[in-house]
Design a binder for this molecule. Structure first.
Ligand SMILES: NC(=O)c1ccc[n+]([C@@H]2O[C@H](COP(=O)([O-])OP(=O)(O)OC[C@H]3O[C@@H](n4cnc5c(N)ncnc54)[C@H](O)[C@@H]3O)[C@@H](O)[C@H]2O)c1
Length: 341
């Protein structure tokens, strides 16, 4: 099959493109502006599958390039990762988030329609749920995002759902799967792809940077939450399991349907528990300091992944933090300054 992957130079997009290539994808067209991604990650994919990867450096809001690319390539499936993805940044720059997420998704959907592409998998987020009333989170719970990042992602979900309905009305069979990821961690087992955000705000790489000395200390944002140890609880999924969930989503795409799934392991780990696991893996204490709560951080976010398991047959191979932290630490030790710039 032929795939077009937006955001393929980023963390999750590159891991998923790798998974598709390893499972025999005929062609992967990688579209990325490189604004937040790495040309070197695309290089890894090109070396892994010579002749099967085409890189298009473009912003997905560039409607003309996107349309031309889709018309020329006619992919069977589009996987759409491209987005800005920092909750904190979105609080101060809402329009930038709406433009990239909603504007970019509208441009992509237009190109998809023009090219007659029939299938789409979209990267959504648990941030669309906001601060839920109950745990764990099931897909039918209300989506009430509490930051512009989550609001813009929810708008993309609505747009995609309406595009599916629109296609159905006009006799088309465009179908989509929306995957709402929880927290993602870890790196590819071969050590070739990693997580390299600037700034890095994710907990595991931030703690490991503090261990390596490339950041002074890990900041623990709030120790007075109503959780057993006072720190926030999140559900972590290994990036390779998440990549596999995309393969399952592609198989589970149904004509003229829009399906939504949570992707997490259904277990919660507190910030202090993650820090303790990082310290165990690196074999020494990690400098940490307590900081005030961050605006818009819910105390706990934990998925109920039974729907994705039942309906798509997804089964995470990793249900503990150890393989996530160990693979992230291996990559960081080998690449202390991240990908070559
Ligand atoms: N990392 C997580 O824990 C997490 C959790 C939930 C959802 N998500 C979602 O998963 C997706 C991937 O996240 P990630 O952590 O890999 O982020 P990332 O920043 O590593 O990758 C995003 C990629 O998209 C590219 N991009 C951004 N805007 C673009 C545009 N307008 N046109 C073309 N390319 C553009 C960037 O250059 C980057 O390579 C995002 O949509 C994000 O919202 C991530």
């Amino acid at each position: 099959m032929k795939y077009l992957v937006t955001g393929a130079a980023g963390y999750i997009g590159s891991h998923t493109a790798r998974e598709l290539l390893m499972r025999g994808a005929e062609r992967v067209v990688a579209v990325d502006s490189l604004e937040r991604g790495h040309r070197a990650a695309i290089g890894v994919l090109e070396r892994l599958a010579p002749g099967r990867v085409r890189f298009v450096e473009a912003d997905i809001r560039d409607r003309r390039t996107l349309r031309e690319t889709l018309l020329a390539e006619r992919p069977d499936v589009v996987l759409h990762f491209a987005s800005f993805a920092l909750v904190g940044e979105s609080m101060g720059h809402p329009a930038m988030y709406w433009s990239c997420s909603a504007g970019g998704t509208a441009s992509l959907l237009e190109a998809i329609q023009a090219a007659g592409t029939r299938r789409l998998v979209f990267s959504s987020t648990c941030a669309t749920y906001g601060v839920p009333d109950r745990m764990p989170i099931v897909e039918t719970m209300p989506q009430r995002p509490c930051n512009p990042y989550g609001s813009a992602k929810l708008a993309c979900e609505t747009m995609i759902r309406e595009q599916v309905e629109g296609a159905r009305r006009t006799g088309g069979d465009f179908g989509a799967v929306l995957l709402r990821y929880f927290n993602v961690a870890g790196c590819s087992a071969d050590g070739l792809l990693g997580e390299d955000h600037d700034p890095e705000t994710h907990l595991v790489p931030s703690a490991l940077q503090a261990a390596l000395g490339t950041r002074p200390a890990l900041e623990i944002f709030g120790t007075d939450y109503p959780t057993p140890d006072g720190t926030c609880i999140r559900d972590y999924v290994h990036v390779e399991d998440l990549a596999a969930a995309h393969v399952d989503a592609v198989a589970g795409l149904r004509p003229a349907e829009c399906r939504s799934f949570n992707v997490g392991i259904g277990r919660g780990f507190s910030v202090r528990e993650v820090l303790a696991e990082c310290e165990r893996v690196v074999g020494r204490p990690i400098p940490a300091k307590i900081a005030p709560r961050r605006e818009g951080d819910p105390p706990e976010l934990r998925s109920d992944p039974s729907l994705v398991m039942r309906e798509l047959g997804w089964k995470p191979r990793h249900v503990t933090l150890a393989p996530m932290v160990e693979s992230a630490w291996r990559w960081m030790q080998a690449n202390p300054a991240g990908y070559p710039r």
